[in-house]
Design a protein. Sequence first.
Length: 653
Amino acid sequence: MVSPHSQLKQVTDRIIERSKPTRAAYLARIDAAHGKFPARGALSCANLAHGFAGLEGQEKFAIKAVREPNIGIVSSYNEMLSAHAPYKSFPDIIKQAAREHGGIAQFAGGVPAMCDGITQGNAGMELSLFSREVIAMSTAVALTHNMFDAALCLGVCDKIVPGLAIGALQFGHLPTIFVPAGPMTSGLTNDEKAKVRQEFATGQCDRGALLEAEAAAYHGHGTCTFYGTANSNQMLMEVMGLHLPSAAFVHPHTELRDALTAEAARRVLDITFERGNYTPIGHVVDEKAIVNGIVALLATGGSTNHTLHLVAIARAAGIVIDWNDFDELSQAVPLLAKIYPNGKADVNHFHAAGGVAFLVRNLLAGGLLHEDVQTVVGRGLSHYTKEPKLIDGKLQWVDGAAESHDTKVLRGIGEPFQPDGGLRLMQGKLGRGVIKISAVAPEHRVVKAPAIVFNSQEEVQEAFDKGELKRDFVAVVRFQGARANGMPELHRLTPLLGVLQDQGFHVALVTDGRMSGASGKVPAVIHVSPEALLQGPLGKVRTGDMLVIDAPAGLLDIEIDAKEWDAREVEAPLHQEANEAGFGRELFGVFRSAALPAEEGASVFGALIGAQPTDAAGAAQADGAAAPRERNALRDNARAAASVLNKGHATHH
């Protein structure tokens, strides 16, 4: 076995040390549930009778007898979203496989699944991030009946998988496997789709042509094929040991997909307490698994959303990570995949080139993944260098590709696309944020230009339509954080800024909002924390200020006299009340008022599940990552945010 890379070991050791109190508290809590198996045996007769009253036949008898282990199915099925529509048939497959393997399965409950691709640019997008919390709570409701010995979580897209993971980890004593549905087949190429979007933005084609292009790209069942948050989710679940090996990118409605779904049911029964190979999810998701997830994200140029979601998932297991961890690992982890928006290929091309098995094999060979981890298929991440095949009608795992089948899409550790990962921590007078540079050409990674300040993406659109943006500038789009309006993704800005960059202008985006896995060729510093509504420094920027975005150096700065900067007040948001009502937003007011800062996952659960807010700026000071005056300003902003947060918690409790 290859020794871990020094940077991997250093970051992991630091996370383990930092997380000792919260991780110990988490493990004590889930271990206290151990020994109450089968879980329904702890129920009274009246409780248990309610739990099987809706069943018929053998399943009803088996649950009544409290004999065979019972799987709880938690699903995000709905028929509106292409990624989740395939789940309609999964419960029947799972139940049949469970029966054949001496167990039972019950549909425990559903979770909501909203699509950023539908809501982007609309009011519903302001519910998107917090839908993760709703999904986590829905998962908890499904599992809280204490009827189950194991769980299968069926989910794919943006907030759904993180929400399922956060919820399932609160039942960390249950063996749990995540069951993917797979991507849709390839349609219109991503380059062509992006081209038509930019043509529409500049009036070169009409809405009918745009709709035809979008329909040709998103054309059937399965996830969108670009490498956004949905497919990043699948990558992470696999490398964190929560999938069956190489299950992520097999198409829905195929024999292999159905065989993998059935095998997930059989396998989760095998790792129940009753079967003697007890593997609870709370022990699978440990510090090393979280680090493996970060590495996989970096090595593939995955979604920036996971600088929020991985933080929140980790905290749900009592593990505390921050953006310094992402940044330091990024310095050591090479980029091994080029998938749109980081390249022209889609996830189907990635899978055909060798996929996750090839990626894991190479990262293990470079000492950049922890091999000594527990997974749902056994001890050791080397299980995930194999891929499934149907041989004579039976599911078997064989060694994955030893060589890439397409080096334009996927490469080995000895010939990476670039020597470091796709994410950077950006910091300076304007706060702390992240940038995805794997999709940004080297000549666009440094921008020094005057700021133009906006309070919404609609204002940017209006200025673009008026022809006011044909110049070098940095768009500062603020009051887009979790506390302000739920931290929507600002997809509308991508084609606009892309057009201007193509016209030869030096442009960039700085925002306390999100851009997600769709972050593309324009440099975008996102998730800037503290957010403007919490007195973050973006609120002090004025149109005309000279900003410096230096991605290679990790610098997010403003050229201004120190006394003038210190004397400036944070401007108040305009029309804030417009973000508080309509399209269900009034129901999410409690979430907005309780959300932690972006670097702490923008979650409402952080302080409730044992991982208290951390002073990220203090961590930067300890690491010597900023100049003394800048570090002090960052620390003061973080403390101000924490003060507001604590007042919010006092209100709600």
